[in-house]
Design a protein around this ligand. Structure first.
Ligand code: NDP
Length: 251
C-alpha cells in the first residue's frame, strides 16, 4: 500500500518521550523521514533505531533560539526539505499562583510558547517552499496544545496561559499562511499517560491523582493518531482543531 507521507520530511520536537515519540513513529510508518528533536540524546538514538532508516537525531534545547534554528537547519540539510513541523515539546508545572516558584513559570513560558515560536519561525520558509513542491504540494504545522488551552482551571493558571497562547498564535498563523497551502492544526489532548505530570512537585502530584487517578487516560498513540489524521488529509482539506479527551474525563 502507498504510504501517505512518502517523499516528505518532518520534524518533531520533544520526540524523546510521550506524545512526540509516538507521533514520530506514526509519521515514519507513513513514509516520512523524521527529525527527532529533544535534549535527551540517548532516548532519541534509541527511537531512531526503533524507527530504522530515515530518522535523524538532533539534540537541542529549543528554548534557545539558536538551537531551534540549528535543529531546523540540520533537518533541512539532511532531508533537503521540510513538509511537517510538529511543535510538541512542552512542560506542565501546576500549582497555586500565590507564592508560585517563578522558575516554574519561566520554564513553561520559555518552552511552551517561546520554543514553539522559535521552531515555527525557523521552519516556515521551508514549509512554504515544500507546499509548492511534489509530492503533496501542501505542508503542515501541528501545534500540540491541551484541553488546558480551552478550559482554565484553578492551579493551572500559567500552563493555561501558555496553551491559550498557543491557540491564539495558531489561528493567527493559519490565517496568514493557509492560502499558501501551509495548514495549521491545533491538537488539544486531555489526560494522556506520559512523563509530563512527573515534573511536578510531590504535593501537586497528590492533587493531580485526586483529579485523574480514577479514570482511564489516553495513550500517547491516541494523540499520534489525531496528528496523523490531520497531516494525511488531501491538499484541499485543512483540519484546524482536534480535541481528544479520555472518555471518562469530564472537563
Ligand atoms: P513528556 O514529558 O513525555 O514529553 C515532553 C517532551 O518535551 C520530551 O520529549 C522532552 O524531552 C521535551 N522537552 C522538554 N524540554 C525541552 C527543551 N527545552 N527542548 C527540547 N525539548 C524539550 O510529555 P507529553 O508527551 O505528555 O507532552 C507533549 C505535549 O503534549 C506537551 O506540549 C504537553 O503540554 C502536551 N499535552 C500533554 C498532555 C498529557 O496529559 N500528557 C495533555 C495535554 C497536552 P527532553 O527532556 O529529552 O528534552
Amino acid at each position: 500500500m502507498t504510504q501517505a507521507l512518502a517523499g516528505t520530511a518532518a520534524l518533531v520536537t520533544g520526540a524523546s518521550s510521550g506524545i512526540g515519540e509516538a507521533t514520530a513513529v506514526a509519521l515514519a510508518e507513513q513514509g516520512a523521514r523524521v527529525a527527532l528533536v529533544a535534549r535527551r540524546k540517548d532516548r532519541l538514538e534509541a527511537l531512531a533505531e526503533r524507527i530504522g532508516g530515515g530518522a535523524l537525531v538532533i539534540e537541542a534545547d529549543i528554548t534557545d533560539p539558536a538551537q531551534a534554528q540549528h535543529a531546523v537547519n540540520s533537518a533541512v540539510a539532511e532531508f533537503g526539505r521540510l513538509d511537517t513541523l510538529v511543535n510538541n515539546a512542552g512542560v506542565m508545572l501546576l500549582g497555586p499562583i500565590v507564592d508560585a516558584p517563578l522558575e516554574e513559570w519561566q520554564r513553561m513560558v520559555h518552552l511552551n510558547v517561546l520554543g514553539l515560536l522559535y521552531c515555527t519561525h525557523a521552519a516556515l520558509p521551508h514549509l512554504i517552499a515544500a507546499a509548492d513542491r511534489d509530492p503533496r504540494s501542501v505542508a503542515d504545522v501541528v501545534n500540540i496544545s491541551s484541553t488546558a488551552g480551552r478550559v482554565a482551571r484553578m492551579n493551572s493558571g500559567v500552563y493555561n496561559a501558555t496553551k491559550f497562547g498557543v491557540g491564539a498564535f495558531s489561528e493567527s498563523l493559519r490565517q496568514e499562511v493557509t492560502t499558501r497551502h501551509v495548514r495549521v492544526t491545533l491538537i488539544e489532548p486531555g489526560a494522556t499517560a506520559t512523563e509530563l505530570a512527573f515534573h511536578n512537585r510531590p504535593v501537586i502530584l497528590e492533587e493531580m491523582a485526586k483529579t485523574f487517578g480514577g479514570i482511564e487516560v489516553l495513550r500517547a498513540e491516541d494523540i499520534a493518531n489525531g496528528v496523523l489524521y490531520a497531516v494525511t488529509q488531501p491538499r484541499h482539506v485543512a483540519v484546524n482543531e482536534v480535541l481528544i479527551r479520555p472518555t471518562e474525563q469530564e472537563r
